[in-house]
Write a protein that binds this ligand. Sequence first.
Ligand SMILES: Nc1ncnc2c1ncn2[C@@H]1O[C@H](COP(=O)(O)OP(=O)(O)OP(=O)(O)O)[C@@H](O)[C@H]1O
Length: 269
Amino acid sequence: MASEAKRAKGAEDGDDVEGIAHGSSAAGAIHVRDLTKEFDTEEGRETVFSDVSFDIEPGSFVTLIGRSGSGKSTMLNIISGVLEPTAGRVEFEANSEGEEVTLGHVFQSPRLLPWNTCVENIEYVHEDNPDYTRELAEEYMDLVGLSEHYDKYPSQLSGGQRQRVGITRALSIDPEILIMDEPFSNLDEITAEELREELIRIWQQLGKTVFFVTHDITEAIELSDRILMLGDGRIFDDMSIDLERPRDVDSEEFLKVRQEAIDRFHAIA
Ligand SMILES: Nc1ncnc2c1ncn2[C@@H]1O[C@H](COP(=O)(O)OP(=O)(O)OP(=O)(O)O)[C@@H](O)[C@H]1O
């Protein structure tokens, strides 16, 4: 746990064990202010980006795209608290005053402990949480379609199912903000598409803020309310995606928006 903003928790006070707060979780806002990141390298000081500012609305789905090396992981790691910025700051805002904001993380590879079952992999992040119960873990597993796999080991699951456990683990701490780092890039396209559809269903159901990183423009348009384009050391474009959901990637409107995004992306990147 790398950031003060993060805390593990199970059901909200007053909830019974059927504790998934459907659509009523307080989602968090993210405010990125004047962020600069430099690294010392053998060739000298390298600036990845400088003076980057943006705001993410509570409950929105925002995706950061950029070419390899543009600084997506660096940005995500600063937002998650894993890396310190050289200058600037990241602020989180809960909906209720005085509330601390919780971040959940979904990584490119789900990072499951192989000697633990699925449920035990979820229990692991709740070690200090007195409210945690196995029933809560099972409810979250049901939500992502893992009802038949509670007690299986990661080696007994497909890549897509393992990533579902990763998503369950992140959701199980009831975060206001879900940070997702290219979570579907290691999966075959059919599985990735299934998981994208489920992610949108869960996002609509639970009302989390999602900050998603990908290099895949089609995926970004399919999922997001907004796409931030990172390149040349700055956010050079901020594109709203106004397509209705569920989005059909083969529809004429989708392809039109996709072409516009590609044109805008290639304007700089
Ligand atoms: N710890 C580090 N020390 C020195 N340079 C670094 C470090 N981490 C990242 N960089 C440099 O910062 C730049 C941005 O890297 P970053 O990994 O954030 O890009 P990215 O957009 O996530 O790339 P990819 O899509 O390939 O994962 C790169 O030039 C990289 O070499």
